[in-house]
Design a protein around this ligand. Structure first.
Ligand SMILES: [Fe+2]
Ligand SMILES: [Fe+2]
Length: 293
């Protein structure tokens, strides 16, 4: 579902030749105290970025919309976000998306990238995104001992029918990858640098845990392999275009080079604390994602 395409400068982000984008992931605002939130917001505002990118796990249930609106009120800049698995807790996947789409469409500042087309950050740099899902495409689903809270907290997963879960994971990964493929196929020639915001790492090599990549037990739930294949195909088909992916979900950070023109940055998170993952800049070489925070 593609809603609108932002021409450069239409929303303020593209009004300068090199906008700076603050990136956060997995804030899980429901775990942070108000004092922690205030300190974090002050730090964010002091950095004066042109926009904020949030790669999912904002909160849970009704608090997701509340947090987004409060963030928009506090941080008077465009906020580009995708949802993570925790954001669907308390409802079904479909009803959560519909609710957040309505909230974002009602706001000038909030941009749910899953519902939106490409956002031009400069004439050559574009932002797209989609939620993504741990889609049972990597690792050993049948042999895995992992049972995520998702299966108890998201209405699509019936606790009495675990044999249906794998198909739901695959369905969600496929839907995300197909939406992303449509957005990528529509990019104009001049889009040399593509920033992709998503929640789940699209590659096992980008799925970090304590400095190592995930094992077969966790990979089915921590990699969106179908999205990875779309990204890899796009990068191979467009060697002159650079693809930079921002993701989270694992709560452990790391950087991965998948192809010479395909990079994945996975962000850090710890429940109860709030961080700023990076202040991203765009130069002639593309998106620069320093980990200075
Ligand atoms: Fe998370
Ligand atoms: Fe997550």
């Amino acid at each position: 579902m593609l809603r609108r395409i932002h021409p450069a400068a239409a929303d303020g982000v593209g009004s300068k030749s090199s906008p700076r984008l603050a990136w956060i992931t997995d804030p899980h605002f429901d775990h942070a105290t108000l004092e922690t939130w205030r300190c974090w917001a002050e730090e964010l505002i002091a950095l004066a970025p042109d926009a904020l990118i949030v790669t999912g796990d904002i909160s849970e249930d009704e608090d997701v919309a509340y947090q987004l609106e409060y963030l928009a009120e506090t941080f008077e800049r465009p906020i580009y976000f995708v949802l993570g698995n925790h954001d669907f807790y308390g409802k079904s996947i479909g009803s959560t998306r519909q609710g957040i789409i309505a909230v974002a469409r009602d706001s000038e500042q909030l941009h749910y990238l899953t519902d939106e087309g490409p956002v031009f950050l400069s004439p050559e740099a574009v932002l797209i995104g989609d939620d993504g899902w741990g889609d049972a495409s990597e690792g050993d689903y049948a042999g895995s001992t992992v049972r995520l809270s998702d299966f108890d907290r998201i209405a699509d997963f019936r606790p009495d029918a675990p044999e249906t879960w794998q198909a739901i994971l695959q369905r969600e990964g496929l839907a995300s990858s197909e939406r992303l493929a449509v957005k990528m196929a529509g990019l104009p020639e001049q889009a040399r640098h593509v920033l992709i915001a998503t929640h789940v790492p699209p590659f096992r090599q980008a799925c970090w845990y304590e400095g190592h990549v995930t094992d077969d037990n966790w990979a089915p739930f921590f990699v969106c392999g179908q999205m990875g294949r779309v990204l890899q195909d796009a990068a191979k088909a467009n060697p002159d275009r650079q693809f930079t992916v921002l993701c989270g979900h694992t709560h452990h950070d790391g950087d991965a080079v998948i192809l010479p023109n395909l990079f994945v940055h996975t962000g850090y998170s710890r429940y109860g604390t709030l961080d700023i993952e990076s202040l991203i800049e765009i130069d002639a070489d593309g998106f620069q994602v320093p980990r200075a925070f």
